[in-house]
Design a binder for this molecule. Sequence first.
Ligand SMILES: [Fe+2]
Length: 315
Amino acid sequence: MTALLTLGTADAALRGELTAAIVSKGYGPKPPLLATVLAAGFSDRIVGALESGGFLEVVAWIEQACERYAPRRQVISMLEAACTIARPILRSRADLRAAVDDLATLEHALGRAIERYAQHDMRSTDAGLEDIEGAMAGFLARLDNADPASAEHSRAVGLWCKRIARRLALDDDECTFAARSGLLHDVGKTMTPKEILQAPRGLTDQEWNVMREHTQIGAAMIREVPLLRPFTSAARWHHERLDGKGYPDKLAAREIPLHVRIVTVADCFNAMIGRRPYRLPMSPSAALEQLVTHRGTQFDPMIVEAMSDVVERAD
Ligand SMILES: [Fe+2]
């Protein structure tokens, strides 16, 4: 990131604006004093990151805050909310817009922190990792009931995500994270009317609007289950595009976390090679061509390349 600002009084104002916005939302741990301390710390680090051009220090601070303050879940929830609140504030200032991209790094760090602490909590309550598996299986069973084709698609997307992540040389944890994100990305379709999901034709504009809601609905469903909260981003953002023309939040480029960009490619590829009531399946090579055509606008070119390698090796 380039030097964004000459910091001075403007940034004391920004620090104050961020802190006040975060505190006024009423998120955060009790007592409220701790919420205020965290909001001020977060805002300080964000402004510091704008000065230094790097967000690594903020990530380190988030880790420390999660270690230091209890209850951890509330601390993490608050910091997550703080990222969301900071986004439009930074976006509203032309000179800070580049920094918005880096919030995705923070959100990813928070997602991993949630996952780590969820696993830690499970260990300390003598529960096993299979509880995450059980919670995921519950969602998949509901999706199977609502629309078996969507459940089958989700399982396939999970497998593609794992293969792509391996091809990108991500570590085992990241590969599992990507695979689970793929598996859960479409759970919101549980609530989409069957006549829309299974329409034997293209959808009307109005039906598309209903269909698109599966992103927010899925995110809300996943958010209800603390163990699965790290997967909220994949459910909400897997129809975002690199060029900012996706939905529901019109994120762009690095605002979209890596694991979500993996899910997007896997999802579109698997949808194209699958049968739909109103069209024949595409061949894998034709589907890859589509990914290549839309790399850089819809898809991350690095992930399209990894997907091509995965498919060609499978051949
Ligand atoms: Fe979807």
